[in-house]
Ligand binder design. Structure first.
Ligand code: 5AD
Length: 349
């Protein structure tokens, strides 16, 4: 089958083989990009019309016990200016976000030892008490199943844990020996079993990534069937061993967003900050390729630059939560509407 036949097959069956995904990636051209985009927008429209969901991203700590080779806040980066927000500061961010119109708060951070179960459960309960109509998403890395269960029981709704790569050899090229794909996938499975709306994801153009690896990621997404999926370009950070690598390709990233929309038509799919960083209007392009979520930064201004997973992160311009008005305008200009809504996955169709 050629590209166009494969895209039609994906549109109709929402599934291809690993070989077929790989063929689609290798043979990416203008015609297939256009057709994928058209189908992706059509499917997204069926589930979410022209609505774009926003999430207020609160970067709660850049202290991390892990040493992921690609990440700017890895433990062994001694140039990183470390911080953690207090409970009061996080609640203040939520209050501000609530008045701006956010109904989902994403608490993201490194694997900081301060985040014990009691500390997090107390925080989650306090946020839910003040804002019972809001969803809480956690993005705090690997924890035990018992811990995830406690966080869920306290009221957390969603959990983001990117799988990073579905190939264990590639996983070991990106992470030190104490981290394994096996454990990562076990965490994802546990989160789903507990009842979290669960998100996986990977970087486009990470060091050593092959087209075969990306095809494996797509197959994994089909099989795991996550509620959310974060996919953005890899961007080098100066204080990591990958500082000389190139950033991931924005065009390929958008192409993959369209494919993922066809693999799971009702998925919650963000146009990521990393995509907005490698390209002006990257987030708009993401939405036009099939994404339906944007996560503006709601962290206190004073810490935004410190939460640097990669260099050049946009953080104080139009992508910030305070500029929601401008985001609404730029979405309206391309035919979309930012809504005040928890923005749960639509499982009705
Ligand atoms: N470039 C792009 N994305 C990155 N992440 C971490 N470091 C980088 C980088 N250098 C992503 C990882 C992680 C998420 C929180 O941020 O995929 O899961």
């Amino acid at each position: 089958m050629n590209n166009i036949e494969l895209i039609n097959k994906l549109y109709e069956t929402s599934s291809l083989s690993i070989d077929e995904y790989e063929y689609l990636i290798i043979n990416r051209d203008e015609e297939s990009t256009k057709l994928l985009k058209k189908y992706a927008v059509e499917k997204r429209q069926q589930h979410y019309s022209n609505k774009v969901f926003v999430r207020g991203l609160i970067e709660v700590s850049n202290i991390c016990k892990n040493d992921c080779y690609y990440c700017g806040i890895r433990k062994s980066n001694h140039n990183c200016d470390r911080y953690r927000l207090t409970k009061e500061e996080i609640l203040e961010c939520c209050n501000e976000g609530y008045s701006l119109g956010f109904r989902t708060f994403v608490l993201q951070g490194g694997e900081d030892g301060i985040f014990t179960d009691p500390w997090l459960c107390d925080l989650i309960e306090s946020i839910k008490q003040s804002h019972p109509d809001c969803a809480i998403t956690l993005s705090l890395g690997e924890r035990s199943k018992e811990s995830y269960q406690k966080l869920f029981d306290s009221g957390a709704d969603r959990y983001l844990l990117r799988h990073e790569t579905a190939d264990s050899k590639h996983y070991s090229q990106l992470h030190p020996d104490n981290l394994s794909l096996e454990n990562r996938l076990q965490c994802l499975k546990n989160l789903k079993e507990i009842g979290f709306q669960t998100g996986c994801g990977f970087m486009v153009g990470s060091p050593y990534q092959t087209t075969r690896n990306i095809a494996q990621d797509l197959k994994f997404i089909k099989e795991f069937s996550p509620d959310m999926c974060g996919v953005g370009p890899f961007i080098p950070h100066k204080d990591t061993m990958f500082n000389n690598y190139a950033s991931g390709d924005a065009d390929l990233c958008c192409y993959l967003l369209s494919i993922i929309r066809l693999i799971k038509p009702n998925i919650l799919l963000p146009a990521t900050t990393a995509l907005g960083t490698v390209e002006n209007n990257g987030r708009e392009r993401g939405i036009l390729s099939g994404a339906n979520v944007i996560m503006p930064n709601l962290s206190p201004m004073s810490v935004r630059k410190k939460y640097a997973l990669y260099d050049g992160k946009i953080s104080t311009g139009e992508e910030s939560a305070q500029s929601l008005y401008k985001l609404k305008q730029s979405m309206n200009a391309i035919g979309y509407e930012v809504v005040v809504d928890r923005g749960d996955i639509n499982n009705n169709l």
